[in-house]
Design a binder for this molecule. Structure first.
Ligand SMILES: [Zn+2]
Length: 396
């Protein structure tokens, strides 16, 4: 029976045992560990290597134990690899050259989600730069190309950066709800870069693409792939909202001063979902619609259209959509007519939505990923970020 130090199972390192420990000034602990396994893998190519070249010990930071900082003395081996020659061996505990363990790095990375880098560094008593490096490395690691072959449905979104002065294009995997790729800009050249990266084979396998009604994306898509294009329902309804707001402003100007009272500050009332309004808001909306026929017509049309997008049966939805367009034309409101024209131009993408019912909406975690991407200047981020990013193991 080999003698195990009591701390071995406590600190729980795979194939390593604790051989010695020392506590310093009630504030930090040093642990000496030894490798228990027989084989080593080359850090360059991953091949199993039997022959060890040499060994050194390096001191690295690990997770705290009861408010004590923990430092490990980790044996680092070099192996003689048939491909790479003398090369550092891969370690399950820390990456080559790292000054903390993998699990400590993961801990730091998770913290960066909740607080700024500086705060993490202070709380964990590490260098600011260490935290920054960890964050960047994790994001880049998560952005690796992996299991992309099964991707058949993608969503393309533009995200504004720096208060709308610059844009990012995000390509997401709809099936697995993760971000596939991020590029700077929102023109067709960005998508061209995406398809180049994604590869011809995979592009051919794409079946559905959900986009907003942004023209450059559409041009690039038509050129690059044969997938069905679906317009994201929220982006389809958005121009109608803008149209209603235009009607409201026009009405306000045309009304005599005493009639303006109802129209003033009514933007929210008109554009919010009826269920989202307070009791007071509903009363105000009712008053407004009662006195203003044009706005009433536009409002009813908006609510109807929203209802049509909720219809599950594709045939009924198509029929209702056709009837809706007819009603909208009959309304004879210039702003609405313009919107109907837009719908006619983009009909195919809307009808495809009724058939496949896919949208771009991603979960909350998505915003965190976007936040992190914006934080660091990476011009061209390539790869895969999983939305459940903490369950992903990250290689280096
Ligand atoms: Zn090798």
């Amino acid at each position: 029976m080999p003698q195990y130090h009591a701390l071995t199972s406590f600190v729980g390192f795979q194939s390593h045992k604790v051989v010695r420990w020392k506590r310093h000034h009630k504030s930090w602990i040093e642990l000496w560990i030894e490798y228990q396994g027989r084989t080593l893998r080359c850090g360059g190519c991953g091949r199993k290597c039997v022959r060890r070249h040499d060994q050194v010990s390096t001191r690295i930071r690990d997770l705290d134990i009861s408010k004590h900082k923990v430092f490990l003395w980790l044996p680092r081996f070099r192996v003689r690899c048939p491909c790479c020659g003398v090369h550092q061996a891969r370690s399950v505990i820390a990456r080559g050259g790292a000054r903390c363990t993998r699990r400590f790095e993961l801990h730091l990375f998770i913290l960066t989600d909740f607080m700024p880098v500086k705060a993490v560094a202070e709380q964990e008593r590490v260098d600011w730069k260490t935290v920054k490096d960890v964050e960047i490395r994790y994001i880049v690691g998560l952005l690796r190309k992996r299991d992309l072959d099964g991707v058949t449905e993608i969503g393309i979104d533009e995200v504004s950066e720096k208060k709308g002065h610059r844009y990012l294009t995000l390509v997401t995997d709809i099936g697995k709800r993760r971000v596939l790729w991020v590029g700077r800009g929102n023109d067709s050249a960005v998508l061209k870069r995406f398809f180049l990266w994604f590869g011809l084979q995979r592009t051919r396998r794409l079946k559905l693409v959900v986009i907003d009604m942004h023209d450059p994306y559409l041009f690039a898509l038509r050129k690059s792939c044969r997938a069905r294009i679906i317009f994201d329902r929220f982006h389809v309804v958005k121009p109608l909202h803008l149209a209603i707001d235009k009607i409201r402003i026009r009405q306000y100007k045309e009304l005599p001063p005493e009639g303006r009272r109802y129209v003033k500050n009514s933007r929210f009332l008109l554009l919010r979902r009826r269920e989202g309004l307070s009791a007071k808001g509903r009363v105000r909306l009712k008053e407004l619609l009662a006195v203003n026929e044009t706005l009433n017509t536009a409002y009813v049309l908006k609510e109807d259209l929203r209802g049509i997008f909720d219809i599950r049966d594709s045939k009924t939805a198509r029929a209702e959509f056709r009837a809706w367009k007819q009603r909208a034309r009959e309304s004879d409101i210039p702003e609405i007519l313009e919107y109907v024209k837009l719908l006619d131009r983009r009909r195919f993408g809307i009808l495809n939505f009724f058939k496949h019912r896919k949208t771009n909406g991603l979960s909350e975690g998505f915003n965190n990923v976007v936040k992190t991407i914006k934080k660091w200047p990476m011009d061209f981020m390539i790869g895969v970020i999983s939305i459940s990013r903490y369950s992903v193991s990250v290689e280096n």
